[in-house]
Write a protein that binds this ligand. Sequence first.
Ligand code: KMH
Ligand code: ZN
Length: 307
Amino acid sequence: MQKLIITVAISGAASPEDNPYLPKTPKEQIQAAYDAWNAGASIVHLHGRNPYTGKPEHKAEYLAEVIVGIRSKCDMIINVSTGGSGRRVDGEWLYKEIPEESVKGRVSVVAALCKGPETKPDLASFNAGSPVIDIYSHTQKDFLLKFVMVQSFPDMVYIANVLKENGVKPELECYDIGMINNCLFLRDIGVLEEPLYFQFVLGVLGQIPATVDNLLHMRRCIPEGTMWSVCAVGLNEWPMVTTAIILGGHVRVGFEDNIYLKRGVVAKSNAEMVEKVVRIAKELDREIASVDEARSMLGLSKYSNRR
Ligand code: KMH
Ligand code: ZN
């Protein structure tokens, strides 16, 4: 079995109001990534965040500061999000008002980062379809996001081509079975290149529920030997992570998707969640991959950030 690659998704697009421990400023994000690396994570998944407000804002300049800061402290593999372009269900196209939230805008952030070797990411998320994604507030009796991520096939081809031109490997985020099929189709027509690397995302409201049966089925849907990782929303993260460790998959944890270490216990840092993964893996005799080992498994050059 391959050694375990741990990705940490330190803050995503989470609201600062919801989590007092969320890394918001560049300094906090850099420290969070570094602490998670020390705990055993080899990949950090990043979303842009305005350094003054601490709120999500996917701009290359904001990400650049964080990437350079992380690289000054450690050799972590950098994964930048391209996900999140979409529309509200009331039909308002977000990108009419916020150009950087369009498909082209999101991926242009990665292209801009690729202009300098010090900011070039190794990986970028590739959301393989148009998932309905939401969070339901039982107290407010309302949906909080009212959001559909919109990526047509031409959009996906566009994203894949920009990543390819810039030498950034796509991490294929699939929230349901159909999205896996989309990736395999895009591979068949030569848009996505082997070796593929999947991130199964389970338990998002609107998408595949986080059950062991579903994870097993997703794994069956990809070609034998293809690398995959799993993340899941909320407390579902832990059974999914444990199952992936047993099955030979890889894992992603962090405040982007979950704040709980266990029921009723909020994690005080991303590193605490990585430490829990390492504890589970040790109990199950699965070794943790170093950054160099993760790079080699993913086919990333040791110096892929140097051009
Ligand atoms: N937070 C995940 C459910 C992306 O950044 O491309 C989705 C995600 C999307 O990670
Ligand atoms: Zn993300």
